[in-house]
Design a protein around this ligand. Structure first.
Ligand code: NAD
Length: 259
């Protein structure tokens, strides 16, 4: 299927690794020109070279923290225009809500709610004027089925989800869709880091923790960043213009509900 987005410009945030990188790779392969961001310049430049080697669209790398006004300004300035926006940032740390003060909450809200909203604000009107726009927010399966120790994530991402639910019904008439992708367990550094924490507290090896987690999923495995990227690219395609305000869960069937 030709996704019909060859030559468009995309900003893919937090994309030197993991799910963001998967989305950037899928878009570049479709001929989309991408600007990728991450805080660490070295890893970002390595990823940019890998993406260029795919032989698709142009790739620009902008190092910076997307949760800061300076980081967002630099990322936005690197794109001649933004037709596609993939919002992403690192997830908040796990813990007990009794230990989280106002600063911890503000940090989580900044990263996983207010940063995507600021970027949407920056791009949505120009997209509407041009009659085409695709916005995909990487959130979490925790929006659908909250994970107790990830209260900061549950809260901040649900706030973004509520905001998007309203706006996405307004923008679609102008050809601009906004959807959320909800990852369950995907094989990325973030998953390895949480497994390392669980291994330490349970006295098991990281490999044992990962094997148990994979076996507990109905698919008996973790998702891959390539699967995630391909789904994101479809949502960004010309064919997905009638899909807006949706929360697409990618979890191998782990969520047990009928709806
Ligand atoms: P990852 O750690 O593999 O990659 C994160 C990427 O984001 C890296 O490129 C990192 O440099 C970049 N980054 C982090 N904070 C940034 C910032 N402030 N500014 C710019 N770049 C930043 O993580 P991942 O597994 O790809 O996860 C992506 C998002 O999806 C996270 O918010 C995570 O919480 C969420 N998520 C992941 C899973 C999973 O199983 N992997 C499940 C649910 C939710």
């Amino acid at each position: 299927m030709d996704l019909g987005i060859n030559g468009k410009w995309a900003l893919v945030c937090a994309a030197s690794k993991g799910l963001g990188k998967g989305c950037a790779a899928a878009l570049v392969s479709e001929g989309v020109n991408v600007v990728i961001t991450a805080r660490g310049e070295e890893a970002l430049n390595r990823t940019a070279d890998e993406l260029r080697a795919l032989g698709g669209g142009e790739v620009r790398a902008v190092a910076g923290d997307i949760t800061t006004p300076e980081g967002r300004a630099a990322a936005l300035a690197a794109c001649p225009q933004i037709d596609i926006l993939v919002n992403n940032a690192g997830g908040p740390p796990p813990g007990d809500f009794r230990d989280w003060d106002r600063d911890a909450w503000i940090k989580a809200l900044d990263a996983n709610m207010l940063t995507p909203i600021e970027l949407i604000k920056a791009v949505v009107d120009p997209m509407s004027e041009r009659g085409f726009g695709r916005i995909v927010n990487i959130t979490s399966a925790a929006v659908k089925a909250p994970i107790e120790i990830l209260g900061l994530s549950n809260g901040a991402r649900s706030g973004l989800t509520g905001f998007v639910a309203g706006l996405s019904r307004k923008t679609v008439a102008k050809g601009v869709t906004i959807n959320n992708l909800l990852p369950g367990p995907f094989d990325t550094d973030r998953l390895a880091a949480t497994a390392a924490g669980a291994a330490k507290s349970s006295g098991q090896t990281i490999e044992a923790v990962l094997a148990q987690r994979a076996a507990a999923n109905p698919a008996r495995r973790f998702g891959t960043k390539e699967e995630f990227g391909a789904t994101c690219a479809f949502l960004c395609s010309v064919h997905a213009g009638f899909i807006t305000g949706q929360n697409l869960l990618m979890d191998g069937g782990a969520y047990p509900g009928t709806f």
